[in-house]
Structures are given as structure tokens and as C-alpha cells.
Design a protein around this ligand. Structure first.
Ligand code: DQQ
Length: 465
């Protein structure tokens, strides 16, 4: 594993070197958790994608495994083994993924050749779907004869269902439903939901349907954001009553897994925000988010919190009872770190805003402020996050309601990742690249009035490798 880059996360999953994007094929098998991911072993750029592989016994500590899927020179996946999912088919771990070849996107299937899921047998009859659906007509682009890819597969009684992401000619993105008795012969049913392109993008990638009992969630990735729809899914149709973004920052193409005790854990790809030459110099690109536990609140809204297992990583702790900040005060915490978790309860009182600044150099030249304002907004300001002009970014924001109640904040900083969870509901992940070795400070300040911070804790977090 490359480890000489201070931007490299230590407790977020990264590729051993080279390129990582989407999480794939998440499955708990034979007592171990498997995380596959889009991987290019040839360098830190997206090309000829393989499936990388990591395993864990506890969802927290990970071990690298050899590449699991490789494009076959004569196969329908010659140009890449793109995103897909894993299912347990009567004791046979099985993956469905998209092969790329000759401008076509071709669904493929493979079964595990061993219990460690290190080797896979691709079906000789691949691809398993060759024809694009006639209606609605799938979008053709210069690059592709059909924007038609990525797989979410589940079983109800004896029937298998799958969603494939698509774009519609003249329309927006869509999640197309198929049905099968054997995972190999699929019959097209129609879109369960199609978006209008102005608000939800022209192509939907990586659709995933999650069942919360009497309500369901569909999320899709539309080249920019991960949009989720909450509502009810029945008889092939999704009836939406709420929608929002799953994360308001650098987070894409998530996928989920059910734990044995019935929880949904979701990982997303955290793309780089530094330019291509910075990724080449580093020799690696892409990280996974922390696992997030998704559930529904009593009011029907979506809750997202860091998987409780992550507390295992906590090392040295610094704790403050109550910090009172008057307007203009700055409180420097005694912790210096680039890989920590901070948990706090924040009350604005009569302040206009409170700023938590992380990855801060002593003179403030480099710093990444996380600003919470009475407009109920959290903003991560990346304008001074790095002195490298190729690695600074814009300000990313999200709404968090309500401002007059205490805000519960969990912030995870890890090399170049700042992952913010607010009120166990809203997430904003930012990639930042301080260059200075001393950009490890943490400070708090209030604007326009006083604010209080109760039960402030900072933990150093261990590496997951
Ligand atoms: N990434 C994969 C595709 C998917 C996209 C290719 C989303 O299967 O649509 O690496 O990031």
C-alpha cells in the first residue's frame, strides 16, 4: 500500500495504489464482509476497469485481496467490468455487472469459484441481456449505443428483479425494471421511475432500491449528485413523496449491504477534487466513504449516521464539557491531527454563525472552516484549504433544520477527507489537500453573538489496514 502521502486517508478504504471508483458487489459471505470496487490496476485514472477487492471481519478493519474480476480480451467485458452487485443464489455467490465492448454496455453474470470470493467464473453465455428495451427508447450518445448500465438485484419469493440505470431519448434518467426466474433470462417490465432531466439529470447510473418495510428508497447517481427518492414501491412503480441528496459534497455511486442484524449500511465513492496531475503524482485516486447506517425516522425522513462499528477505531480522546464562545472569540483545541473524529453538540444562542476550522496551520494560511449559520446552513469553505491552486475547491453547502435546536455534529477528518454528519440526517463530504505539515490544528469561533458547544469530544482514529 502506498502510504507516504499525507493526503492519503488511513481509516477510509482506498485502493492499494492506482484508481478506485464505485463500490460494487457488497456481500456478507461465509462470515466475512466483502467490498469490491471499480479499480484500474494500471494507474490512477479511469480505464479498463477491473473489480478490486477488500475483506473485513468487523466492517471496520480491512485487508486487500487480489483483483477479483478482469476484463476478458475476447469477452463482452473487454473494455471494462463496470459496476454491479452480488447476490446469494441458493448458496452460490453471484455477481451481475456491466461489460463494456465496442460502444455497447452489456449485462454479464459470474459465479464465485471459491468461498473467499477471490476467483469468479464468467458465464459462457454472457452477455445476459443483448437488446436494449424499445420503449422508452434508450439514449444513444456519441460514445455509447445505449446509456444502459449498473445493476441492483433482489428476490421476492421465487422471482428475481433487477434495476438497470439508463437515459431516455429526449427525456431524463430512468431506472428500468427486469424480472427473471434464474438470474440469466430477463424480461423487461418498464421503468419504475423516470426523472425530468432539468432536475434529475439525463442519465441515471447505479440505481439502488432499499426496502424499509412500509416505505422504500430509490437512489440514483446523475453524473453530479446522488439523488434519493422516498416513497412507496409497488407493482413496478415508485410513488415519490420526498426527495433530497444523499450527500451534498464529493460522494457518488453508493451501494448498500444488509447486516445480519437487519441494518442497511451504505458506502459511496469519494472522488478526488485535486487535478489530474496531482493524482498522477500521488499514484492513487479515490476513497470510499465511511459505512453509513440508513434508517427512517418517525417523521418519515431519512436518517444517516456513521456505522456504530466505527467507534472501534477510537484511540486517544480529548474531551471538553462546555465551551462558551463570545463573538469574535477563537478557541484553539489542544489536539493536532489529520485523522480524527470530532463529536459536538452546538447551540448558536444569539450568534449568527459558528465556525469549526480543521486542517489549520498555526498562521491560518491553510484551513478548512465548517460554518454553521442561523440560516440553517452548513458550509465547507475550501478556498484556503490548500496553498496548491490546483487543489483548492469551491464552497459546498447543505441545509440542516432547525437552527434553534442544538445541532449534533460528527466530523471525520482523514488525510484529504472531511466527512460531516449533521443531526444524524444530512451528510456533506469534501475532499481537501493541505500541503503544510503543520496544517493539523482545530479551532472554534463564533460570529455576531455567543454560542455554546456542549460535550465536545475528539478522538484520534486508527488505521483500518
Ligand atoms: N462508474 C462505472 C459505471 C457507472 C459509473 C464505471 C458511475 O458502471 O455507471 O466505472 O460512477
Amino acid at each position: 500500500r502506498l502510504d507516504d502521502d499525507p493526503s492519503r486517508p488511513s481509516y477510509h478504504v482506498t485502493p492499494p495504489a492506482n484508481w478506485l471508483n464505485d463500490p460494487n458487489g457488497l456481500i456478507h459471505w461465509n462470515g466475512r464482509y466483502h467490498l469490491f470496487y471499480q479499480y484500474n490496476p494500471a494507474g490512477p485514472f479511469h480505464n479498463t476497469i477491473h473489480w478490486g477487492h477488500a475483506v473485513s471481519d468487523d466492517l471496520v478493519h480491512w485487508e486487500d485481496r487480489p483483483v477479483a474480476l478482469t476484463p476478458s480480451p475476447d469477452g463482452p467485458d473487454r473494455d471494462g467490468c463496470w459496476s454491479g452487485c452480488a447476490v446469494d443464489n441458493a448458496g452460490v455467490p453471484t455477481v451481475l455487472y456491466t461489460g463494456g465492448r465496442d460502444k455497447r454496455q452489456l449485462p454479464c453474470i459470474a459465479t464465485a469459484a471459491d468461498d473467499d470470493l477471490t476467483a469468479w467464473d464468467k458465464d459462457p453465455d454472457n452477455p445476459i441481456i443483448e437488446e436494449l428495451p424499445a420503449k422508452p427508447e434508450v439514449l444513444r450518445t456519441e460514445d455509447w449505443e445505449g446509456e444502459f448500465r449498473d445493476h441492483c438485484v433482489w428476490r421476492e419469493n421465487e422471482t428475481w428483479y433487477q434495476l438497470i440505470g439508463a437515459g431516455i431519448e429526449g427525456g431524463g434518467g430512468a431506472a428500468l425494471l427486469y424480472e427473471s426466474a434464474d438470474l440469466r433470462n430477463w424480461e423487461y417490465q418498464g421503468p419504475i421511475l423516470a426523472g425530468d432531466r432539468d432536475t434529475a439529470g439525463t442519465v441515471w447510473e447505479c440505481p439502488e432500491l432499499l426496502d424499509f418495510g412500509d416505505r422504500q428508497l430509490l437512489h440514483i447517481s446523475n453524473y453530479e449528485d446522488v439523488v434519493y427518492f422516498l416513497g412507496t414501491y409497488e407493482d413496478g412503480e415508485f410513488d415519490v413523496d420526498r426527495r433530497d441528496k444523499l450527500d451534498h459534497g464529493d460522494f457518488y455511486a453508493p451501494q448498500s449491504m444488509w447486516t445480519d442484524d437487519g441494518r442497511i449500511l451504505t458506502w459511496g465513492w469519494l472522488p478526488e477534487a485535486r487535478d489530474v496531475s496531482g493524482q498522477w503524482d500521488a499514484g492513487w485516486s479515490g476513497a470510499m466513504s465511511l459505512p453509513r447506517e440508513l434508517s427512517l425516522a418517525d417523521d418519515g425522513g431519512l436518517c444517516q449516521r456513521p456505522a456504530p462499528e466505527l467507534t472501534e477505531l477510537r484511540g486517544d480522546n480529548t474531551s471538553y464539557d462546555v465551551v462558551r464562545l463570545d463573538a469574535g472569540d477563537t478557541e484553539q483545541l489542544s489536539v493536532e491531527s489529520r485523522s480524527f473524529e470530532l463529536r459536538a453538540t452546538v447551540r448558536l444562542e444569539d450568534a449568527e454563525a459558528i465556525e469549526l476550522s480543521v486542517l489549520e496551520s498555526p498562521d491560518g494560511e491553510e484551513r478548512t472552516p465548517i460554518r454553521y449559520s442561523y440560516e440553517s446552513e452548513i458550509a465547507v469553505d475550501r478556498s484556503a484549504s490548500s496553498t496548491d491552486p490546483q487543489a483548492t475547491g469551491d464552497t459546498q453547502t447543505m441545509r440542516v433544520r432547525p437552527y434553534d435546536a442544538p445541532l449534533s455534529l460528527r466530523v471525520f477528518v482523514d488525510g484529504s477527507v472531511v466527512e460531516v454528519f449533521a443531526n444524524e440526517r444530512h451528510c456533506l463530504t469534501s475532499r481537501v489537500y493541505p500541503t503544510r505539515q503543520d496544517a493539523t490544528g482545530i479551532s472554534l469561533s463564533a460570529e455576531g453573538g455567543h454560542a455554546t458547544i456542549a460535550s465536545l469530544d475528539v478522538w484520534e482514529l486508527d488505521s483500518v489496514w
